[in-house]
Design a protein around this ligand. Structure first.
Ligand SMILES: Nc1nc2c(ncn2[C@@H]2O[C@H](COP(=O)(O)OP(=O)(O)O)[C@@H](O)[C@H]2O)c(=O)[nH]1
Ligand SMILES: [Mg+2]
Length: 218
């Protein structure tokens, strides 16, 4: 019982800070997405393809979350956008206060940004419970993970607004039915907006980016 009480308090505190982050995003006119997935699904690759595609139309800033290294921030900084790395030192998800600190680090670089991308720590469980103040939670799943994952990790799919099914170039080689993957995801959350992408071939990236830029203008 004590554990549950403590967890509730932590989540309540997180939600309070997330609300402040949300106010900040509204004030700065920033459209913010929180990318969540298991490690290796292609979050950073999707960030890279998205920057390449819409950087000329939309100013973009990125917050990278990782357990240990700044590898992803280094990858993204090659694209000349403001990026800050949060290293959680072992923690398996980002919390709103870490994002708040990262925003302080981006001070002065966000004024013209229309899109803020937060890449969460690779984990299909814990990030589901932590609001960061984002407009959209986007869950990325790659076809190599199997079509049963929405059923096995329902909270993540329930709490997300968008699903990106990535690595579709590998469909001929893996035992994954895109039809079943879609059906399983929609069984958990019928409102999910679904995109299919390959960050390698570029397939589907136009549609995904069109949706993003359309959302930013609203
Ligand atoms: N074949 C294929 N590989 C991909 C695709 N997207 C990412 N990858 C590869 O998958 C690995 C993990 O990608 P990464 O973007 O680092 O995933 P993250 O851990 O979710 O950020 C890398 O080797 C990428 O090159 C894709 O659409 N198709
Ligand atoms: Mg990554």
């Amino acid at each position: 019982m004590d554990v549950i009480t403590i967890e509730r308090k932590v989540l309540q505190k997180n939600d309070e800070i997330a609300s402040k982050n949300r106010e900040f995003f509204i004030q700065k006119n920033l459209f913010t997405i929180n990318l969540v997935s298991s490690p290796g699904s292609g979050k950073t690759s999707l960030v890279e393809r998205t920057i390449e595609k819409i950087k000329d139309k939309v100013s973009i800033a990125v917050i990278e979350g990782d357990v240990q290294t700044d590898i992803d921030a280094k990858r993204v900084s090659n694209y000349n956008v403001p990026v800050v790395q949060i290293i959680t030192n072992g923690a398996c998800h980002l919390e709103a206060n870490l994002v708040k600190d990262a925003l302080a680090n981006l001070e002065g670089k966000l004024d013209n940004a229309g899109l803020l991308i937060i890449e969460n720590v690779g984990n299909l469980v814990c990030p589901a419970g932590y609001d960061l103040g984002e407009d959209l939670k986007v869950v990325v799943i790659s076809v190599t993970e199997g079509d049963d994952k929405p059923l096995k990790y329902p909270k993540m799919f329930m709490n997300s607004e968008v699903l990106v099914i990535n690595k579709i170039d590998l469909l001929p080689y893996v035992n994954c039915s895109i039809k079943d993957l879609r059906a399983n995801a929609l069984k958990i959350n019928p409102k999910l907006k679904i995109f299919e992408t390959s960050c390698t071939s570029g397939e589907g990236i136009d549609k995904w980016c069109g949706y993003l830029t359309g959302s930013i203008k609203k």
